[in-house]
Structure formats: structure tokens, C-alpha cells
Write a protein that binds this ligand. Structure first.
Ligand code: SAM
Ligand code: SF4
Length: 343
């Protein structure tokens, strides 16, 4: 499709509960250079490359969603920046920004961010979420089972210096980082970055006991409130999705809480996820999915088949998730890892 040719005009994606889907999380790989203890197991087997959608197919899927009213796309994974030639996907999706798409963004572990900053900016990316669970090199390396925090910090500095808006995502882990969270909030806010805390979700077998990792965020908030004043941001928080934001009076920064376990915000859900193999998961916490790869590779008219698949997905989107934290050894009800579905 040539520049400027695109205009959304088809019927919007609305599910059976009246929720309009305007946000797509598109996973471009299941691979990653880290092995975070809550996300992957030590020994992961990854998909054969032939099973992945090509960059052209990923572009076609994204374009189909935008033509049905999706206004925000987040590229994710696995680690999106380890996918070969990922810069060219950002470049091609950049043509949709302002042509139906309000925002093109990504979630990254930051290890390769420094070398991608210029390309991302040129593609129209203005904000990026960087996942970071510890500032201390030793703790970071334990949580990620291998990572070097200095690479992530360099990536963050490069992004900030180039003018990208960076938000830090931190999974709260009972024994590994809960006592460091206040220090991380201070660090992020001092650099003008928002921060969001996330509860561990029971996705996939990681070889770790989730009960040893899970800490309810209301408990973390109580501790933070012994030193700071947190005021809930009561406005509609457009685009905030499941995150509930507060303003920390003493630092002046924003702090979000994603609490899928302690609170359920499914009623306002505006998103779906597409995996790197082309499956639409209508809910992160349910296993129903619809295959887009067959539509792309086998249908006589792929664009028509994609549209039909999107309609089926809207009919099948469940009302809500039903996460439950279980111990190591219990079979996870959802065998998929977060890195498969795309966080
Ligand atoms: N590799 C990139 C990164 O880490 O930002 C993108 C993919 S990662 C799966 C997306 C987000 O999911 C990260 O913020 C990560 O911390 C979070 N995540 C992974 N597994 C999770 C789990 N079991 N519960 C809660 N969050 C999880
Ligand atoms: Fe990789 Fe992101 Fe999963 Fe960590 S959370 S293992 S960085 S995909």
C-alpha cells in the first residue's frame, strides 16, 4: 500500500459485551535474550522460524486491524528487538500513524534499545515501555537469569536523550524486589518517567513457585503510603486500560498499578493480542483463540478472510479472565507463557 493511501472505513470491532477494540498488542517473536523467572523457564524451546508470521504478514494483520478502528498498536514479544529486521516492520507500520493509527509503540526489555532509538523515532514511535525489575546488577541478573542491567540503563538513557517518552514496567516480586520498589520509583520519577507496577500472573510453567513470587499490589501500595501521599487520578484515564494511576505528591511522578489478581478491570477491556504465529487471543487470561495464519496463507482473498476472522474474534471475546495463583508443580490452567501471547 502506498503512502497516504490508507483510510479506515470498515465497521469497528465491537464484541458481544459492547466493548470496542481499539488496541492491538502484536507479538513479533517468542524469543528473548533474557529468561525472567516469572515469564520463562530456564530451558525454553522456541518455535521454528517457519511458524512465525513474516514481517509482511505482520504488517498485513496490523493494517487489517487499523482498517477496523484499532488506534493503538503495541509491538511486543518475546523480546521484539531481537527479531531480525524488526526496524523494517516499524518503518512500514509508521505509514499508518496519523492515517487511522494514533499510536505505534513497543514494550521492550531495553537490552537492545540504544541501537534502535533512531529507527523507532523515524517510524513515528513517541513512547516506549521498558520492563525493569531491579536496578541492582546482581538482583537484575538473578531475576532475568542472565541479564546485564547496564545495557538496559544505557538503552533508557539513549531513549530519553532522543526525546522518547519512557515508562518503566516493574513486576512486583515478593522476595526479589518488593523492598526495592520505593527506590525504583524515586529513580524513575527523578528522570521524568512514569512507572507501572504489575502483579505476577499465572501464565505458563516457569519452574518457579508462583506463590513465592506473588505479592498483592494493595500490600505494596500500603507500604509506599507509609512514606508518600498517593492520590488516585480520577479522570477517565483514556488508554490506561487495566492500569490505575496515582500521582506521588513527594516525587511529582505517576505510578500505575496493574492488579489482574486483586482487582478485575475486564469491563473496560479495549484490546486483543495477536501472537507471532498469527493467533488472536481475545483475552490474556483465557485460552480461546482464532487462527489468522491460515487466513493469510491459504485463503483465496486473504484480506476478506482476515476480516471474517476478526468478526469471529469479536463474537468469541470472553467477558473476563479468571486468573488464580497456584503452587509449583500444579499444572497451570493456562500453559502459555506470557512471551508466547505477547505481554
Ligand atoms: N520482552 C519484553 C519485555 O520484557 O518488556 C516484552 C514482552 S514481556 C512478555 C511484556 C511484559 O510482560 C513485561 O513487562 C513483563 O514483565 C511482563 N510479564 C511477563 N510474564 C509475566 C507474568 N507471568 N506476570 C506478569 N507480568 C509478566
Ligand atoms: Fe524476555 Fe520480556 Fe519474558 Fe523477560 S519478560 S523473559 S524480557 S519476554
Amino acid at each position: 500500500m502506498a503512502d497516504g493511501e490508507f483510510l479506515p472505513g470498515k465497521s469497528p470491532l465491537v464484541d458481544r459485551y459492547g466493548r470496542q477494540i481499539t488496541y492491538l498488542r502484536l507479538s513479533v517473536t517468542d524469543r528473548c535474550d533474557l529468561r525472567c523467572t516469572y515469564c520463562m523457564s530456564e530451558r525454553m524451546s522456541f518455535l521454528p522460524r517457519a511458524e512465525l508470521l513474516t514481517l509482511e504478514e505482520l504488517d498485513r494483520v496490523a493494517t487489517a486491524f487499523v482498517s477496523r478502528g484499532v488506534r493503538k498498536i503495541r509491538i511486543t514479544g518475546g523480546e521484539p528487538l531481537v527479531r531480525k529486521d524488526i526496524g523494517s516492520l516499524f518503518h512500514s507500520l509508521g505509514r499508518l500513524v496519523g492515517q487511522g493509527l494514533d499510536e505505534l509503540t513497543l514494550t521492550t526489555n531495553g537490552t537492545l534499545l540504544a541501537e534502535h532509538v533512531d529507527g523507532l523515532l523515524q517510524a513515528g514511535v513517541r513512547r516506549v515501555n521498558v520492563s525493569l525489575d531491579a536496578l541492582d546488577p546482581e538482583k537484575f541478573s538473578q531475576i532475568t537469569r542472565r541479564g546485564d542491567v547496564s545495557k538496559v540503563l544505557n538503552g533508557i538513557e539513549a531513549a530519553l536523550s532522543a526525546g522518547l517518552n519512557v515508562k518503566i514496567n516493574t513486576v512486583a516480586l515478593k522476595h526479589q524486589n518488593a523492598s526495592d520498589i520505593a527506590g525504583m520509583v524515586e529513580w524513575a520519577h527523578a528522570k521524568g518517567m512514569d512507572m507501572t507496577l504489575i502483579e505476577v500472573m499465572p501464565l505458563g510453567d516457569t519452574g518457579e513457585d508462583r506463590m513465592d513470587q506473588y505479592i498483592p499490589l494493595p500490600m505494596v501500595r500500603d507500604v509506599l503510603e507509609t512514606r508518600w501521599t498517593l492520590s488516585d487520578e480520577t479522570d477517565a484515564q483514556p488508554g490506561a486500560g487495566p492500569s490505575r494511576y496515582t500521582r506521588v505528591r513527594e516525587t511529582g511522578g505517576r505510578l500505575g498499578f496493574i492488579t489482574p489478581l486483586t482487582n478485575n478491570f475486564c469491563a473496560g477491556c479495549n484490546r486483543v493480542r495477536v501472537t507471532c504465529t498469527g493467533r488472536i487471543y481475545m483475552c490474556l487470561g483465557q485460552d480461546d483463540h482464532i487462527d489468522l495464519r491460515a487466513a493469510l496463507r491459504e485463503a483465496p482473498d486473504p484480506d476478506l478472510a482476515l476480516d471474517a476472522a476478526l468478526n469471529r474474534a469479536m463474537f468469541a471475546k470472553p467477558e473476563k479472565h479468571d486468573f488464580e495463583i497456584k503452587r509449583r508443580g500444579d499444572v497451570p490452567r493456562l500453559p502459555r507463557h506470557m512471551s508466547t501471547t505477547g505481554g
